[in-house]
Ligand binder design. Structure first.
Ligand code: NAD
Length: 505
């Protein structure tokens, strides 16, 4: 078995052209959650090599910022082509390293392709405004310029898509990127960089150091965060990480995009299509073994339909297939590691102590070797929202609660630290509009009749409060990767001052 998955990994990396020296003989051990076995040992970057990478990126910026944006878009178009060609291999590597089902591994690469397409279009649409000026013979406008070096810190659970959301936009906006992937998923980062290298070779004349990967854990990320030369730090991970990274970047007046934890809820109203709601909840809460930032973690069900919906959900939890994502079609793969498993068990114990009735949550030993952590997803019927239900536990636990008044359910949904994603299941216009209104969901994502997870790249992605406030991906998220200049041009022979101020000398 060891040979199996380690050999499989090496074959994929060979096919993708990743140099073996980058993942053998080093100090960072990479393990596959599928079997718990070691699959690589990567040399790590220290503070000096991170600084050197930032130096190279700074040099690249001086060249890349002057390349016309549509030409920069051509590089991202080629990246999209190379990703299409490598979709199967990279998708499988995502499954090996993050434990996702093959469909979700491939889906993640599809997301990378989609954002490349989006960014190519964007490269011809980095529009500024022309603004009415109060002074005659003047013109006022807004221009968007490249920002500088962009540091990307990413989490294990979307090991490649998050990089592409940032990199595709940053590159067309005229910025070099330096990526510090999760120490739990470094191989997919090396593979993605190699795929980009192929696009760079075809592109021809891009500057050295335009895109780099640095390998290591927190300290490596910290070296990026603390460096004045990094204009924007886009950091995806836990709220704990954001509490450390955010203030450090702010202290040097750098810019940050923080994409942090979620504690996402669904509300099921009396008029809901219950079959559809059940399927959406099942995917939202159990998909990716509950390891999405947008996974559904809380569910408020109206009293009048609780006994129709919840027993069906309990049955779905009992029967969902849990197993090896590489060799079976199981819908639920492994947890990332033993720490995640311990965290899940601690939360379930706390839920029981708070009066919760737990269905599932036990280890599924037959699904994999002892060093892997497969669990049956847990549904917990809670008497009220308390204890572990108020926090994100990064594992498949769904806390289910009753409600009788929609406004109270919305208040309860909003009464947690995180503010990422939310959804309501209803066919009543008044209910859905209330949920989407200013007094409705306080999250960055609010959905109707779909689950909390599975966002499309066209929208701006991110959340409020302890989720960090950042936005990535579609809509006008690109503006965070550029600096805005307001330009006023006087083409008259007079010098009228703004606000009618007189200063005659
Ligand atoms: P994590 O916070 O442990 O690590 C994330 C990344 O931050 C890693 O690369 C890590 O090395 C780095 N890091 C940690 N502390 C740091 C520090 N002090 N300075 C610099 N870098 C540091 O998160 P994880 O376990 O990999 O991922 C799960 C978490 O990520 C969950 O909370 C999940 O909700 C969140 N997440 C959020 C989004 C989003 O878009 N909002 C997306 C994916 C994951």
């Amino acid at each position: 078995m060891t040979e199996g998955i380690a050999g499989d990994t090496r074959n994929i990396l060979d096919r993708l052209g990743v140099d073996q020296a980058l993942y053998t003989g080093g100090t960072l051990k990479s393990r596959s959650p599928v079997t718990g076995e070691e699959i690589a040992a990567l040399p790590e970057d220290d503070a000096a090599s991170v600084s050197a990478a930032i130096g190279r990126a700074s040099d690249a910026f001086r060249i890349w910022r002057n390349v016309p944006a549509p030409r920069r878009g051509e590089l991202v178009r080629l990246l999209g082509e190379e990703l299409r060609a490598s979709k199967d291999d990279l998708g499988r590597l995502v499954s090996v390293e993050a434990g996702k089902s093959s469909s979700e591994g491939a889906g993640e690469v599809q997301e990378m392709i989609d954002i490349c397409d989006f960014a190519v279009g964007l490269s011809r649409q980095l529009y500024g405004l022309t603004i009415a000026t109060e002074r005659p013979g003047h013109r006022m406008m807004e221009t968007w310029h490249p920002l500088g070096v962009v540091g990307i810190i990413s989490a294990f659970n979307f090991p490649v898509a998050v990089w592409s959301w940032n990199a595709a936009l940053a590159l067309v906006c005229g910025n070099p990127v330096i990526w510090k992937p999760s120490e739990k998923t470094p191989l997919t980062a090396l593979a993605s960089q190699e795929i980009l290298n192929r696009a760079l070779a075809r592109f021809g004349n891009a500057p050295e150091g335009l895109s780099q990967v640095i390998i290591g854990a927190r300290e490596t990320g910290d070296a990026l965060v603390g460096d004045q030369r990094v204009a924007l730090v886009s950091a995806t991970g836990s709220t704990r990480m954001g509490r450390e990274v955010g203030p450090k970047v702010a202290a040097r007046f750098g810019r940050s995009i923080l994409e942090l934890g979620g504690n996402n809820a669904g509300i099921v109203c009396p008029s809901a299509d219950l079959d559809m709601a059940l399927r959406a909840i099942a995917f939202g809460a159990m998909g990716t073994a509950g390891q999405r930032c947008t996974s559904m973690r809380r569910l408020f069900v109206h009293d009048s339909i609780y006994d129709q919906l919840v027993p069906g959900l309990v049955r779905a939890y009992g029967s969902v297939s849990v197993g090896n994502p590489l060799t079976t079609q199981a819908l639920v793969g492994p947890l990332i590691d033993g720490v995640a498993y311990e965290g899940m068990q601690t939360a379930l114990q706390a839920a029981t102590a708070a009066g919760g009735k737990v269905h599932g949550g036990e280890r599924v030993s037959e699904a994999g070797p002892e060093a892997a952590y497969y669990v049956r997803p847990a549904l917990v019927e809670m008497p009220r929202q308390t204890g572990p239900a108020l926090e994100e536990t990064f594992a498949p636990i769904l806390y289910v609660m009753r409600y009788s008044d929609l406004s109270e359910a919305i208040d309860a949904q909003n009464a947690v630290g995180a503010g990422l994603s939310s959804s309501i299941f209803t066919t009543d216009l008044r209910e859905s509009e209330l949920f989407l209104s200013a007094s409705g969901s306080d999250c960055g994502i609010a959905n109707v009749n779909i689950g909390t997870s599975g966002a499309e790249i066209g929208g701006a992605f991110g959340g409020e409060k302890e989720t960090g406030g950042g936005r990535e991906s579609g809509s006008d998220a690109w503006k965070a990767y550029m600096r805005r200049a307001t330009n006023t041009v006087n083409y008259s022979r007079e010098l009228p001052l703004a606000q009618g101020v007189v200063f005659d000398i």
